[in-house]
Write a protein that binds this ligand. Structure first.
Ligand SMILES: Cc1ncc(C[n+]2csc(CCOP(=O)(O)OP(=O)(O)O)c2C)c(N)n1
Ligand SMILES: [Mg+2]
Length: 640
């Protein structure tokens, strides 16, 4: 007997042989399979080893071995958001489960259905400060929709079924089930003995009275706006279709939140772009001047409303949401409509079908909107000497056009540029961390999505700081053979932090300069193909090589380091006070400051900005000089 076999015998109690066929661990896997689970994202450890043992050689479940438990949750989120099915996570006790907390918070904030199963020390050891014991329920309570511990091997199937039901019904969210090791090993009654799960709670029917009130408001509004959010995406393609039908039949403009992008086609003439802090001028001004806002599956988040006292002063509000707690939380709804978006929108469409009054004439409203659109708040002119971030994102969008690609992002300026410039035509193709704003989300989320959609192009657009937060997941993609692409918008800054420090903190650039490692060397070390590009003339070809490569590919794109993301509603301002760029501010109903020249202007060459030298700025705290002067001592200075 060699040492390994002896050790295995020592660690494998005889009782396990007896229990193995129907151990708690086996029941867990059988239940997952019955619930339709095909993929688990996880990382093993002592307190979950009996489940990993049962998983060994189980052909019906694919286990994706991540390299950090936080990434397991983000990968499960990417899987869930791109399929509409819950993502499943398996981790050990102590640091294994505590590492999931950021991921669970992320899923909680963005209403993503995730079921996380964590190992726990044996029940006899709970409360003794045993090795890798931690209060998993206490830790995860604020970041889960529901959590529970398994108290007997016989209840495994029932608890897991309930976990899936809670995660996926109503407003979706993460659930954690803590599973002590002795119960994983204990014999469990056969699956058939378990009492059948309670049927799902009957859905609350949509109120006909409220639907009629909403239809009446739509029939009388002359400046209506539809404002859709992530709830539309969660409700599924049927809800998005019903939303489109409603928007088209009323002829009204439509805007979407960061989480809602894709719920209405970006190329549609009635789409105004994203709203909120970095939304388009026309979307935010339409909200500000509206006489009716129909909010569907969104929650009047502070990044959307700006300063609440100034929010949409003349608008009546119809608010459709499955979560009653979201209604009247921040903005009082004139017509609250609690229910699933798809059902509520179908009812509203039906009510309008039966309405006798003609649709109001919105020509005057559209004329105002077109004037705001004409300001081209997302306009930019590519440069020949350096890749502008906007140019990178637009080129990536062009390269992906027509391929039904899935794009994930991290958090920062690159995320906002992605939301502004990548047009999403369908739901479920845009994966981003909205509510929590979690740096480190992008790469594992892309891996989870690619595993669900092996034939779709899946790209993670990241920032040079964010990608480092879960860079170890490059190893997951290599081992699992997952051909995701990473495109890093590399400005060598925590760009969004620097932007706020410039605009809000007097230009004191405290700890936001990062520099960056040689990402191509890092990626190659993990077995990825990689390239770096800095010349605008080479960008398109580099993107094409990245997307065409048969395997994971890391493209490090050097961009103009000091570019900032506009439009921007500064924190504490209303929707009508918008910075259009460093030089121009929209206030009330007009622009102050000078517009930098753009391509198409008579005096400007086709490429290149006429105003290379900064003009006097309308933003007082914008010491551009200091940006060039201050360099982190150890920072790698890029040659251009
Ligand atoms: C885990 C986490 N820590 C800190 C932050 C705060 N934060 C928001 S954006 C940002 C900088 C991101 O830099 P980078 O990834 O390079 O993106 P860029 O803004 O330059 O595009 C930071 C630190 C966060 N969102 N998440
Ligand atoms: Mg950066």
């Amino acid at each position: 007997m060699n040492a390994v076999t002896a050790l295995a015998r020592l660690e494998r109690p005889e009782s396990l042989e007896v229990a193995h066929a129907i151990s708690g661990a086996r029941v867990l896997l059988d239940t997952l399979i019955e619930l339709g689970v095909e993929v688990i994202f996880g990382y093993p450890g002592g307190a979950i080893l009996p489940v990993y043992d049962a998983l060994h050689g189980e052909p019906r479940l694919r286990h994706v071995l991540v390299r950090h438990e936080q990434a397991a949750v983000h990968a499960a989120e990417g899987y869930a958001r791109s399929t509409g099915r819950p993502g499943v996570v398996l981790v050990t006790s102590g640091p294994g489960v505590s590492n999931t907390i950021t991921g669970l918070l992320d899923a909680m904030c963005d209403s993503v259905p995730v079921v996380c199963i964590s190992g726990q020390v044996a029940t006899s050891l709970i409360g003794t400060d045993a090795f890798q014991e931690c209060d998993a329920l206490g830790l995860s309570r604020p970041v889960t929709k529901w959590n529970t511990a398994i108290r007997s091997a016989n209840e495994v199937a029932g608890v897991i079924e309930k976990a899936f039901r809670v995660a996926t019904t109503g407003r979706p969210g993460p659930v954690l089930v803590d599973f002590p090791k002795d119960l994983q090993l204990a014999p469990a009654r056969a699956r058939a003995d378990v009492p059948p799960a309670r049927p799902p709670e009957p859905r609350r029917p949509v109120s006909r009275t409220r639907v009629a009130e909403a239809a009446a408001l739509l029939g009388g509004a002359v400046r209506p706006v539809f404002y859709g959010g992530g709830g539309l995406v969660n409700s599924g393609p049927g809800a998005c279709d019903a939303f489109r039908r409603l928007v088209e039949r009323t002829g009204a403009p439509c805007t979407l939140t960061l989480m809602g992008l894709g719920a209405f086609p970006a190329s549609h003439p009635q789409f105004l772009g994203m709203l909120g802090m970095h939304g388009t001028l026309e979307a935010n001004l339409a909200m500000h001047h509206a006489d009716l806002i129909v909010c569907v599956g969104a929650r009047f988040d502070d990044r959307v409303t700006g300063r609440l006292e100034h929010f949409a002063p003349g608008a009546r509000i119809v608010h459709i949401d499955i979560d009653p707690a979201s209604i009247n939380k921040l903005v009082k709804a004139d017509v609250p409509l609690v229910g699933d978006c798809r059902e509520a929108l179908a009812a509203l469409n039906d009510a309008l079908d039966g309405a006798l009054s003609p649709t109001p004439d919105l020509a005057g409203w559209w004329a105002r909107i077109e004037a705001w659109r004409a300001e081209q708040s997302l306009g930019f002119t590519p440069r020949e000497d350096v890749i502008l971030p906007q140019h990178l994102v637009r080129s990536l969008g062009d390269a992906l056009a027509g391929s039904d690609a899935i794009v994930s992002t991290d958090v920062g300026q690159h995320q906002m540029w992605a939301a502004q410039y990548l047009g999403f035509e369908r739901p479920g193709r845009w994966l981003t961390s909205g509510g929590a704003g979690t740096m480190g989300y992008g790469l594992p989320a892309a891996i989870g999505a690619k595993i669900a959609h092996p034939d779709a192009p899946v790209v993670c657009l990241s920032g040079d700081a964010s990608i480092l937060m879960n860079i170890q997941e490059l190893a997951t993609a290599t081992q699992e053979g997952v051909a995701v692409k990473v495109v890093v918008l590399n400005n060598a800054w925590m760009g969004m932090v620097r932007q706020w420090q410039q605009l809000v903190h007097g230009g004191r650039l405290s700890q936001s300069a990062t520099g960056a490692p040689d990402f191509t060397a890092v990626a190659r070390a993990f077995g990825w193909a990689a390239e770096r590009v800095s010349d605008p003339a080479e960008l398109e070809a580099a993107l094409a090589r990245c997307l065409a490569h048969d395997g994971p590919f890391f493209l490090d794109v050097d961009v103009a380091p000091l570019e900032n993301c506009f439009p921007m509603i500064p924190a504490g301002s209303g929707h009508h006070e918008i910075l259009l760029d460093e030089h121009r501010r929209w206030s009330g109903d007009r622009v102050s400051g000078n517009r930098p020249a753009c391509a198409g202007d008579p005096q400007v060459p086709a490429h290149g900005r006429a105003d290379a030298e900064p003009k006097a700025s309308v933003i007082d705290v914008f010491p551009t000089g200091e940006l060039h002067a201050r360099r982190h001592p150890g920072r790698q200075v890029r040659s251009r």
